[in-house]
Every structure is written in structure tokens, then in C-alpha cells.
Design a protein around this ligand. Structure first.
Ligand code: HEC
Length: 273
């Protein structure tokens, strides 16, 4: 009986450990879920070992018998084998070189397996090939392709494929309007309402500190120049938005806004334009 108490206190301890884990590292989802499964597996394993310890240390008294009873019942239920002391009843008459054969029943678990597969195959056939509510391989494939193309569209829309290497200028009116909104909201304070320059450089002239052209501009906005007071915007603007505001900045060239800041950097001659 002492062992029973030990078992109970072990369970309490492990449950406590699991709860502590659940409250703790939620930052890394993957590690957390792996740890969770490991805990459950360890718990089950320890319970089985403890159960075996109890059974074998006390198997000759009542508690041991009580613990063993369900296992014995289960085994006899799924195997229905003849107990060793009654084997003479099923011994067949023939004998080969001293080897005799027992006329054992086919165990129920084997029947279960056979009939289980037969029943499942009928259900499968009706569901997949008669009613057609299940996805056969081809439909499953098509469903996955559709899902993937929807995901791809979303990625294209948010500009996940746009970076400083691939970015191009957009002349789309809606995109330029969105770029202007982003500029007025986030950038005008330092670069002037019309991009004439204030704390930050003038965008309406031909001179650039970090190089002109969409790729250089995109790069500066994405990574910033923190030591000079231009922050990195990649955590606040998605690539599509950076492309839009970059294109808007390029559209300011030659607009001659009032109160322009003196040119900074080098004269940029666009290779394409
Ligand atoms: C807090 C002030 C501040 C804000 C806000 C700010 N910038 Fe800047 N930006 C600067 C400064 C200062 C520089 C110059 C950095 C240098 O000299 O290296 C700069 C440089 C730049 C450059 C490079 C210019 C060149 O000549 O190479 C670009 C492009 C730019 N900013 C775009 C933006 C955009 C787009 C936003 C808004 C999303 C923005 N900035 C918001 C201060 C700011």
C-alpha cells in the first residue's frame, strides 16, 4: 500500500511540472509543443513502470492480484487461448519427431483485424467512389494546389516576394496614392510635406546620399541609417508598402517644392531612365 501512495505523489509532482511548463516558455511554440508531448510520454512511461513495480512487488497478496486482474482479463479477452493446464484437451493426435500440434482457436484480435479491414474497405468504397464525399488522391491534389495558389496570391499582395533585389517602380495610381499616405504619415516630419527635405534629405532633387533608383531607396527605407537618424522601417511597413512609398519618393523628382533643402550626396544618373 505504501507504493500506491508513492504513485499518487508522483502523479501530483508530474502534473505540477506540466503546468509549470505550460505557463513558462510560450515564446517558442515548436519547442513548447515538443516538450509537452515529451512530458506526456514520460508521464505515461513512469506510470507504467510504477504499475509494474507494484504488480510485481505485491503480486502474491490481494493488492497485487487486484492490480493484475484487469491485465489478465484483457489478455484472455483478446487472445482467448486455452490455459496451459487445459492444453491436453486441444492436443491433436498426430506427432512428427516428437512434435505435437495444438488445435488453438484463431484469436479474436486476428478476427478483428480481418473484419475491421473488410468493413473499412466497404465504408471507404461507398464514401470515396459511390457518394464521393471523400477526397480521392486527385481531388486532394487539386485542393492543395488551389490552397497554395490562394496563399501565393496573398503573398504577392503583401509583397512577400519584393526585396531590395527584386523591387521595381510602380506607376499604379492607387499604389502611388498609398505611398503618399505612408509618406505624409511617417516621413514628412523629417523629409518635408512635399519631400523638400528638413532633417532628412531633399527627395525632389537629383542628389542622393545612398544612391538613387528604386533599389537603393528601398534598401535605405528597409534597413535605415540609424546612426544618422533614419530608422529602419521593415518592422512597421511591409515590403509592398516600402515599394509604394519608394515609388512615391521617385515621383517627386523635379517637382521643385518650395523651401528646398540644399542637395546632399552625389548626383545620381539613372542607368535606365
Ligand atoms: C526622424 C527623422 C526621419 C524620419 C521620420 C524618416 N527619415 Fe528618412 N532620413 C532621415 C535622415 C536624417 C536621413 C539621412 C541619412 C544619412 O544621411 O545617411 C534620411 C534618409 C532617407 C533616405 C535616403 C536619402 C538619400 O539621399 O540617400 C530615404 C530614401 C529616406 N530617408 C526615406 C524615408 C521614408 C520613406 C520615411 C518614412 C517611411 C523616412 N525616411 C522617415 C530622417 C528621417
Amino acid at each position: 500500500m505504501k507504493l500506491n501512495r508513492l504513485l499518487v505523489s508522483f502523479v501530483i509532482m508530474l502534473t505540477g511540472f506540466n503546468t509549470a511548463l505550460a505557463e513558462g516558455s510560450s515564446s517558442d511554440e515548436t519547442i513548447y509543443s515538443v516538450a509537452k508531448y515529451m512530458t506526456v510520454i514520460t508521464l505515461v512511461f513512469i506510470l507504467i513502470v510504477l504499475w509494474l513495480v507494484i504488480v510485481y512487488s505485491e503480486k502474491n497478496d490481494r493488492t497485487g492480484q487486484l492490480f493484475l486482474a484487469p491485465l489478465k482479463k484483457l489478455i484472455s479477452l483478446i487472445s482467448q487461448s486455452t490455459p496451459i493446464e487445459n492444453e491436453s484437451e486441444i492436443l491433436l493426435a498426430h506427432e512428427y519427431d516428437g512434435i505435437r500440434e495444438l488445435d488453438n482457436k484463431i484469436p479474436p484480435w486476428f478476427h478483428g483485424l480481418l473484419w475491421g479491414t473488410v468493413i473499412i474497405s466497404i465504408i471507404y468504397m461507398i464514401q470515396y467512389h459511390v457518394i464521393g464525399t471523400g477526397n480521392v488522391q486527385e481531388e486532394e491534389y487539386l485542393a492543395e494546389v488551389t490552397l497554395a495558389s490562394v496563399e501565393r496570391d496573398i503573398l504577392i499582395r503583401t509583397g512577400a516576394f519584393i526585396n531590395e533585389e527584386t523591387v521595381t517602380v510602380t506607376n499604379d495610381a492607387a499604389a502611388l496614392k498609398s505611398g503618399e499616405d505612408i509618406f505624409v504619415k511617417n516621413c514628412a516630419a523629417c523629409h518635408g510635406m512635399k519631400g523638400e527635405g528638413l532633417v532628412g534629405p531633399n527627395f525632389a532633387d537629383e542628389y542622393w546620399v545612398h544612391g538613387g533608383g528604386i533599389k537603393n531607396i528601398f534598401k535605405v527605407i528597409k534597413y535605415g541609417v540609424p546612426q544618422k537618424g533614419m530608422i529602419s522601417w521593415q518592422t512597421q511597413l511591409d515590403p509592398k508598402q516600402i515599394q509604394e512609398v519608394s515609388s512615391y519618393i521617385l515621383s517627386l523628382r523635379g517637382t521643385n517644392p518650395p523651401n528646398p533643402k540644399a542637395p546632399e550626396g552625389e548626383l545620381w544618373v539613372d542607368a535606365i531612365n
